[in-house]
Design a binder for this molecule. Structure first.
Ligand code: IPD
Ligand code: CA
Length: 264
């Protein structure tokens, strides 16, 4: 099976697996803090995706959120030029634990440190956002492009509240002080991948967040770029697989957004 078809199939099947647990019982544990959660469903979803990749491409490397939490080496991301599958088995675990919608499966494939495909699946709405490098972005089977708005006062933005409460979350709250009064509104749906997908689809104009991880962002980065948008580090530097703070937008408001975020 080709890479993109495999990625689409894995994301959909992992999404179906996750949905089976939504109203049922599952264990929940804390990772780095009380607000950084993991469930047995995150682990099941990641194992399912890993097994599928091994079946088709046993030589490819895999970096998954739960594998890294269990001690896998994250440095391959910066060091290896091989094919690397980058997995967030549930992005938006807090939503999933609370029975809220807005959690996704996010899968990217990188080669020579460049993201070459990305898929983000929202099982609640059965929406698949996906892109291959150089081939455009799609929502299910329909091509999508970013919005054309160019005045901040008409723009809807999104951000997230990172689990590092004193550091990254405090920075986000400061940024909201700067951006809140000048944009149309700010949303926090609870999944960075979903925020990137919505920016790519033109439903929103921009997204930023500090302290994210490669599995939250890699797929969404490519989907935004292929939809005609911009995605960079919060500093404005080019995105790389080691970028932690990200700004993504329709392109028109990108500089303005970066300026406001770096104001304080
Ligand atoms: C989280 C989500 C959330 C963001 C957090 C992430 P997780 O990922 O993307 O929107 O605000 O910073 O950690 O833990 O649910 O995979
Ligand atoms: Ca996750």
């Amino acid at each position: 099976m080709g890479y993109i078809n495999l990625a689409l199939r894995m994301a959909r099947e992992a999404g179906e697996l996750i949905r089976e647990y939504v109203d049922g019982e599952f264990t929940v544990e804390e990772k780095s803090s009380k607000v950084d959660l993991v469930t047995e469903v995150d682990q099941k979803s990641e194992n399912f995706i890993r097994n599928r990749i091994h079946e088709y491409y046993p030589d490819h490397k895999i970096v998954g959120e739960e594998g890294v939490a269990g001690g896998d080496d994250l440095n391959v991301i910066a060091e290896s030029d091989d094919y690397i599958w980058i997995i967030d088995p549930i992005d938006g675990t807090t939503n999933f634990v609370h029975g809220l919608p807005g959690y996704t499966v996010s899968i990217a494939l990188s080669y020579k440190k460049e993201v070459i495909l990305g898929v983000i699946y929202d099982p609640t709405l059965d929406e698949m956002f996906w892109a291959e490098k150089g081939k455009g972005s799609f929502l299910n089977s329909k091509r999508m492009t970013v919005s054309e708005k160019d005045h901040m006062e008409g723009c809807v933005l999104a951000t997230g509240y990172p689990s590092d409460v004193e550091g990254d979350r405090a920075k986000v709250i400061e940024n909201i002080h700067a951006l809140g009064p000048v944009c149309s509104n700010i949303r926090t749906f609870g999944s960075a991948a979903l925020h990137l997908a919505y920016t790519a689809s033109g439903r929103m104009e921009g997204f930023w967040e500090h302290g994210l991880n490669v599995w939250d962002v890699a797929a969404g980065y490519l989907i935004v770029k292929e939809a005609g948008g911009a995605a960079t580090a919060i500093t404005g530097e080019a995105y790389s697989l080691t970028t932690r703070g990200i700004v993504a937008s329709n392109g028109n408001i990108h500089e303005n957004l970066i300026e406001s975020i770096n104001e304080n």
